[in-house]
Design a protein around this ligand. Structure first.
Ligand code: MLT
Length: 408
């Protein structure tokens, strides 16, 4: 008789965003006349930039010609994309990353879930609380998180680093020493950022303790302040302790196309083994490479025109962020994020729980957001809105909230 991986039974029944989708679908079925505005999941709404579309078309045509047809992609990614990413995202910023330290994949979500596989089950992980659920859930599945405590809503073998209004939503170095530290800046879900000086402290700590940092830089394109680092490799010593995740979803609108990469420097070693070798081995065994046409689209992101067009798109979303931030402030809400990040994090009014506020927002304003408690116990009493809607919907959502849900 087969046995299941019983670690899965420790997870909540549904993934956070699946749960929300179910609730919204039920509401929509019961209220077919209501126009629902979705500011929940961070899914982009603007069409792919023309330079990238051009590149997609060309690549599709190449697939139809015998002389340019491509079969399996190289499992670690095409050289043209690995070198463009290493050059533009790292070396042009003064970060020492070589082309072959870039591993192309079909997105940062998969990589952030899969990366834990190259670590022993006995490693202790530290996560921010609230947190992007994939880091925790994938470690639960692997049996690394221990048991779920119903009372605290925490797994007993995980170090939670509370990120609250009181500490500026910044994680503090934990009392217990973790082996693997997950950090994400600009942060999902709080929209908080970290200065280079603060990030350097984490790098120094990891190097001192022999820990690894898994740094999720999915939202780096949204940074405008010069003291906020775009990459952890801007910090000294990060090559010895940090893996970085990079997404094309949020900077170039690839949520539907799927493309990302992970940087694993060759300097991170345990005994004589590099994490680089392990990740390469995993990729080669379990992955056949992101599609050629999508990697060509990714390469277009790094052209001059591509860069200009995606920057314009980022500015469009950041104007939405400004509208939400100011709209909520003027309606009396306590809000943060939304300056160097496309997420706005608000305190629910009148001590409402996150899910109570979710229901009220859906019922009264027909606006969907994400309950903070879905990201962890310290997210209770908070709520996330995304700037990835269309301008029209963002403005309308703010009007509805200001008119019906003023926090005064
Ligand atoms: C989010 O809404 O947190 C993100 O869109 C989810 C993701 O990137 O997988």
């Amino acid at each position: 008789m087969f046995k299941i991986n019983s670690e899965y039974t420790k997870l909540p029944e549904n993934y956070l965003f699946s749960n929300i989708a179910k609730k919204v679908n039920a509401f929509s079925m019961a209220n077919p006349d209501k126009k629902i505005i979705r500011l929940g999941i961070g899914d982009v709404t603007q069409p792919i930039a023309p330079k990238i579309i051009d590149s997609l078309h060309k690549a599709v045509d190449e697939m139809g010609e015998a002389s340019t047809f491509k079969g399996y992609a190289p499992d670690l990614g095409y050289e043209f994309l690995r070198s463009a990413a290493a050059q533009t995202d790292y070396r042009d910023r003064g970060c020492d990353i070589s082309d072959d330290e870039i591993f192309i994949s079909d997105g940062a979500k998969c990589d952030s879930g899969n990366i834990q596989e190259i670590f022993d089950r006995d490693n202790k992980i530290a996560i921010c609380d609230p947190v992007y659920p994939v880091y925790l859930d994938s470690n639960v599945m692997a049996g690394r998180a221990g048991n779920f405590n119903e009372k605290t809503c925490m797994f007993d073998n995980v170090i939670y680093m509370p990120c609250l209004m009181e500490n500026g939503f910044a994680p503090q170095i934990p009392d217990k020493t973790p082996d693997i530290i997950y950090l994400c800046f600009p942060n999902n879900p709080t929209g908080a950022t970290i200065t280079k000086k603060e990030l350097q402290k984490w790098v120094d700590y990891a190097n001192e303790k022999g820990s690894v940092i898994i740094y999720d830089a999915a939202y780096e394109a949204y940074i405008s302040n010069s003291d906020v680092p775009h990459s952890i490799y801007e910090c000294e010593g990060a090559r010895n302790c940090a893996i970085e995740l990079h997404s094309f979803s949020k900077n170039a609108g690839f949520t539907g196309l799927r493309l990302g990469y992970t940087v694993v420097p060759k300097d991170i070693k345990a005994g004589g083994t590099t994490l680089h070798a392990l990740w390469a081995r995993r990729h080669a065994t379990k992955y056949n490479g992101a599609p050629y046409i999508v990697q060509r689209a990714g390469a277009a992101v790094y052209t001059e025109e591509g860069q200009r067009q995606i920057k314009a798109q980022v500015s469009y979303y950041m104007e939405n962020a400004r509208i939400i931030l100011e709209g909520l402030k003027s309606a009396g809400y306590s809000v943060s994020g939304g300056v160097d990040a496309p997420y706005i994090w608000l305190k629910t009014p009148d001590k409402m729980t996150s899910w109570e506020f979710f229901d009220m927002l859906l019922n009264e304003c027909n606006v969907v957001g994400t309950p903070g408690s879905g990201f962890g116990p310290s997210g209770e009493g908070y709520f996330r809105l995304t700037a990835f809607g269309s301008r029209e919907n963002t403005l309308e959502a703010m009007d509805r909230i200001k008119n019906r849900l003023s926090a005064f």
